[in-house]
Write a protein that binds this ligand. Structure first.
Ligand code: SF4
Ligand code: SF4
Length: 211
């Protein structure tokens, strides 16, 4: 059957009308920043203070794009007669984001919470070598890491928190007991001083009467 003249035009207009009434999904980036999901994988931030240079992240990275250098330092014994200890000191921590595939394995395996996802994504470079972010830059990304979501109020308390609370309660009880003991000692001393002063006060009028 031959097509009805003008049917193509009508179909096109119908599509146009349908689209006009739909909500637009076009992101006006870079004029408008996109609204990213909270767990966006943009860039990796390093919280250096938590890093013990255990090398787990570098070993597990499938792209071998984490570079870590360190040296050992001897820490003197904490108490006399104790043993000296050695600890790793971080010299270099870098991630090559031109190789990284954003799998998140390094963040998952870090046992000391030293690596975090940041949603920042605007770090394109014209020179590929600049995509290797050294420790200072990785630390800077930490400022852009979102706060962790609030805990579920019905969740079981983590055992670390329970242990910390128990220690804090014990310390508070010890301090209160020490304060109470000090107050009792002070009261006893004051009472003794008053008792010592009392006979002298009563003896004086008797002495004055005899005179
Ligand atoms: S996200 Fe994956 S590829 Fe990127 S540095 Fe971490 S482990 Fe390596
Ligand atoms: S796994 Fe964590 S603690 Fe170990 S070297 Fe990597 S960032 Fe540091």
């Amino acid at each position: 059957m031959p097509p009805i003249p003008g049917s193509g035009l009508a179909k096109g207009l119908a599509v146009t009308l349908r689209t006009m009434t739909k909500k637009t999904v076009t992101e006006q980036y870079p004029d408008v920043q996109p609204e990213l999901p909270p767990r966006t994988r943009g860039v990796i931030g390093l919280f250096e203070e938590n890093c013990t240079v255990c090398m787990l992240c570098a070993r597990e990275c499938p792209d071998w794009c984490i570079y870590i250098d360190s040296h050992k330092e001897t820490v003197p014994a904490a108490a006399p007669g104790g043993r000296e200890r050695s600890r790793n000191v971080l010299d270099r921590f870098a991630i090559d984001f031109s190789l990284c595939m954003y799998c998140g394995i390094c963040i998952e395996v870090c046992p000391f919470d030293a690596l975090f996802w940041s949603p920042e994504f605007e770090y394109s470079e014209t020179d590929i070598r600049d995509l290797t972010h050294e420790r200072d830059k990785l630390r800077e990304w930490m400022w852009t890491v979102p706060a962790p979501p609030a805990l579920d109020p019905g969740a079981e308390e983590p055992k670390e928190l329970a242990a910390a609370r128990k220690t804090a309660d014990k310390l508070v009880a010890q301090r209160e007991a020490a304060e109470q003991k000090a107050a009792e000692r002070e009261a006893a001393e004051q009472e003794a001083a008053e008792r010592e002063a009392a006979p002298r006060d009563t003896a004086r009028p008797e002495q004055e009467g005899r005179e």
